[in-house]
Design a protein around this ligand. Structure first.
Ligand SMILES: [Zn+2]
Length: 275
C-alpha cells in the first residue's frame, strides 16, 4: 500500500498591486433597487472589496491550460468547458492537474496525490483602505466607471456602468501555500526535484496572469495586476514536530522572474536534507 508523506510547505507571500481598475464580479442580486448593474465582490461584514483566492487560482489554472495546450474536455454546467485529466497516465504527465487537483473519478481513485496548491483570499492593505476612504467616492472604496456601447453606424451611445477598485490600490499580503509530497519506496531526491518543478508551474501561472488580467473587462483595460515584494519561506515537516524550529526564509523582496531564476530550489532541498 503506497503512503504519501508531506515533506514541507512552501509559503509565497507578497502584495498585489492593481495597475488598472479591478473588477471582480459580485452578486447584483444582493443590491438595492437603484444600485449599480455590475457590482464587485465585497466582504459581507465590512463591505470591503477583496480578491477571492478562487479568482486568482481559477485564472492561473486557465492560463496554464492554454499554455500547455490542455484539452478542455470536461463540461461544467452548459456553457463552461474546463480541463481535468481523467486517466492516471494523463494525470502523471500534467503539471496543471497535479498542482491544482482533480475530482477523483473512478479511474483515478487512489492514483492521484492530494491537491498541492492553496490560494488564500487577499484583502486591501491598511494604507489602501485609508486612501480609498479619504477619496470620498459615491461607493465604499470603489469607483464607478461608465462606458458606452456605440452603434457602429449611427454612433448612438448606450451607457453602461461598472464598479471597480481604482488603479493604485494594493492588496496584501496574498498567500500561496504549496505542499511538497513524496511517496514511499521511490527515489526521494528525484521526487523532490519533480515536486519543486511543480511549484515552478505556480510561478509560471503568476507570470502569465501578470501579463493577462484578473476579473472582468480585461480587454477593455481593467484587471492588470502586479505581484510585488515576494517572500518565499519553507516550513519543513520538522517545524510541525519541534515547536522551536522556525520556517526558513528562502527569498525576500523579489519579483517572479528573479525568483524563478534564483537558486531557491537548491535551498529548499538543502533545508529538507538538513533534517
Ligand atoms: Zn490535466
Amino acid at each position: 500500500m503506497p503512503s504519501i508523506q508531506l515533506q514541507g510547505k512552501i509559503f509565497l507571500q507578497g502584495t498585489i498591486n492593481a495597475l488598472t481598475g479591478l473588477h471582480i464580479g459580485g452578486n447584483s442580486g444582493e443590491l438595492d433597487i437603484g444600485g449599480i448593474d455590475n457590482p464587485i465582490i465585497r466582504n459581507t461584514f465590512n463591505r470591503q472589496p477583496y480578491i477571492p483566492g478562487s479568482s486568482l487560482r481559477g485564472k492561473m489554472r486557465g492560463l496554464l491550460d492554454r499554455h500547455f495546450n490542455n484539452p478542455l474536455e470536461k463540461r461544467v454546467g452548459r456553457d463552461v468547458r474546463v480541463h481535468e485529466c481523467e486517466t492516471p497516465a494523463n494525470y502523471n504527465g500534467c503539471p496543471v492537474c497535479q498542482v491544482f487537483g482533480v475530482v477523483p473519478i473512478r479511474q483515478l481513485s487512489g492514483r492521484t496525490m492530494p491537491t498541492r496548491l492553496i490560494v488564500r483570499d487577499t484583502f486591501l492593505t491598511h494604507e489602501s483602505l485609508q486612501a480609498l476612504d479619504r477619496a470620498d467616492t459615491d461607493t465604499d472604496f470603489t469607483e464607478i466607471k461608465t462606458e458606452a456601447a456605440i452603434d457602429r453606424i449611427t454612433s448612438a451611445a448606450t451607457p453602461r456602468q461598472q464598479e471597480r477598485v481604482p488603479a493604485g490600490a494594493t492588496f496584501g499580503p496574498f498567500q500561496i501555500v504549496h505542499s511538497l509530497y513524496t511517496q514511499n519506496g521511490n527515489d526521494l531526491d528525484n521526487q523532490l526535484l519533480t515536486e519543486l518543478q511543480l511549484f515552478d508551474t505556480v510561478l509560471k501561472g503568476m507570470e502569465l496572469l501578470a501579463d493577462d488580467y484578473l476579473g472582468g473587462s480585461g480587454s477593455r483595460g481593467s484587471g492588470q495586476i502586479a505581484f510585488e515584494n515576494l517572500k518565499l519561506t519553507f516550513k519543513s515537516r520538522e517545524c510541525y514536530e519541534k515547536v522551536d524550529l522556525a520556517p526558513i526564509t528562502i527569498a525576500e523582496d523579489v519579483a517572479i522572474k528573479a525568483l524563478r531564476q534564483s537558486d531557491y530550489t537548491e535551498n529548499v532541498l538543502k533545508a529538507i536534507s538538513a533534517e
